[in-house]
Design a binder for this molecule. Structure first.
Ligand SMILES: O=C(O)[C@H]1O[C@H](OP(=O)(O)OP(=O)(O)OC[C@H]2O[C@@H](n3ccc(=O)[nH]c3=O)[C@H](O)[C@@H]2O)[C@H](O)[C@@H](O)[C@H]1O
Length: 430
């Protein structure tokens, strides 16, 4: 086995081996033999120390710059103003993922009814960040501040709770997308697991503790084939890493409810669509490709069975989110100590009418007045499930959840938004 010295000074096979110890000693004596050489060495050391110190101060100022992007007196004032309620008994809600699709809609609805809202979003580039910035501007026009920061930034999270006694957290920030999980698995762990835990740690220590409503997913039903999906059905067979992180989120939130008395509600959203939606989702990318004359790929299941989804319109989801916040109950702990049991709930929020994917394309063709170029392929084994269908009786009983928008109507509204947002002249399309 080579010695440490051999590793540090590897010998070259076939070459003459020097006596290192002897040689180094001789060099040392030669170097420090005269005072002038020692003086030069001292100067060298001083220069080295000075450059190290200036490098440190550069690094420090870099850090200050980083934190300054969310700090300062002015910023704190904006946070407090944004969190102010405007109705008796109003809530102060921290909405994570506020520049996202569902987050922006929920934030606007809360503000509209007089609740205080502070948004948080990391503006990552999973899809076009300019769409997120446009949603942020929309929220800003309604006096809602969206802080640019990551859930995993412990200091930022603590600061937000120092500034505002949030009554509720609407946690919608997540790495979404079922199929992208095969491309970038760690992004799911970063946001859906680590970020969730950081948020829960912050909430558990807050005084008062907020109640938490968060985005789980219909994908937790995975390979379950008992339809419609009820909250009592098994959720231990996820078909994708995305689904697995959402299922893990349900277990993680349960432990925080159990140990710290946090009131927790998980919402299993069923394929949410609508204006200001997510460009990675099928209805959105189909629209873009149909308008650009590009071929769309439609997946098909076993035995040539069409895939179907319980597509749910955004306004119905917003009502479900607000209903959940209103009935969330209170967290019982404070400063990390549980004082009694707190509510722990999970609800399906779907539309209850599954529609086949080719039918979705027919509806888009009708609204866009453009024929789609279709390519039908076997569903790749990438985490997709063939069918989703929500049983919503629990949410109906708890807070009167009742979806009212069918896919025809919802897609019409989406297409209208899409054309105006991306600057299509209707004449270009029709
Ligand atoms: O309910 C959820 O919990 C999830 O809903 C959504 O997932 P999905 O239901 O998979 O929606 P989406 O991608 O629009 O695909 C719709 C259909 O089109 C099919 N599909 C898709 C792409 C394509 O190119 N072709 C195709 O046929 C595809 O096979 C599927 O049958 C959210 O993205 C996810 O973040 C999560 O919230």
């Amino acid at each position: 086995m080579p010695s440490l010295e051999d590793e540090l000074f590897p010998s070259t096979p076939g070459k003459f081996k020097i006596d290192r110890g002897h040689n180094i000693n001789r060099q040392f004596h030669r170097c420090f033999a005269s005072t002038s050489t020692m003086f030069i060495w001292a100067l060298f050391l001083i220069a080295l120390t000075a450059s190290y110190l200036s490098f440190q101060s550069f690094v420090d100022s870099g850090n200050r710059y980083f934190t300054a992007s969310w700090g300062g007196i002015q910023w704190e004032k904006q946070i407090r103003n944004s969190a102010k309620t405007n109705r008796p008994g109003g809530m102060s809600v921290l909405v994570t993922g506020a520049a996202g699709f569902i987050g922006s809609h929920v934030s606007l609805a809360l503000k509209k009814r007089g609740d205080g809202v502070v948004g948080l979003d990391n503006f990552n580039n999973y899809y076009d960040p300019s769409l997120k910035k446009a949603r942020q501007s929309l929220l800003h026009s309604q006096a809602i501040l969206v802080v640019e920061g990551d859930l995993n930034d412990v200091k930022l999270m603590a600061k937000l709770f120092d500034l505002v006694a949030f009554t509720h957290v609407m946690h919608l920030a997540a790495q979404a997308g079922v199929r992208y999980a095969m491309e970038n698995p760690s992004s799911y762990v970063h946001s859906n697991i680590a970020g969730l835990v950081t948020l829960l740690e912050t909430c558990k220590s807050a005084n008062p503790q907020p109640a938490i409503v968060w985005a789980s997913s219909s994908s937790v039903y995975g390979l379950n084939d008992k339809v419609p999906f009820s909250e009592l059905d098994r959720t231990d067979q996820p078909a994708s890493l995305y689904a697995a992180t959402k299922k893990a989120g349900e277990e993680i939130t349960h432990t925080y409810n159990h140990i710290y008395g946090l009131a927790i509600t998980g919402l299993r959203f069923f394929t949410v669509y609508g204006p200001w939606g997510r460009p990675d989702m099928a209805y959105f990318s189909f629209t873009r490709n149909i308008l650009q004359g590009k071929t769309i790929t439609i997946y098909r299941g076993k035995n040539k069975a069409d895939l179907a989804r319980d597509f749910t319109y955004i306004d119905d989801i917003v009502k479900g989110c607000l209903g959940s916040l209103d009935t969330s109950g209170r967290s019982t702990g404070s400063g990390g100590k549980k004082r009694g049991p707190a509510p722990y709930r999970n609800f399906n929020l779907g539309n209850t009418t599954p529609v086949k994917v080719p039918t979705l394309v027919n509806i888009l063709e009708k609204h866009l007045r453009v024929k789609a170029k279709r390519k039908i392929v076997e569903m790749p084994g990438n985490g997709d499930v063939p069918y989703t269908h929500a049983n919503i009786s629990l949410a109906r009983r708890e807070f009167g959840y009742k979806p009212t928008t069918d896919l025809q109507t919802g897609l019409k509204k989406f297409v209208r938004w899409y054309l105006s947002y991306y600057g299509y002249n209707r004449k270009d399309v029709w």
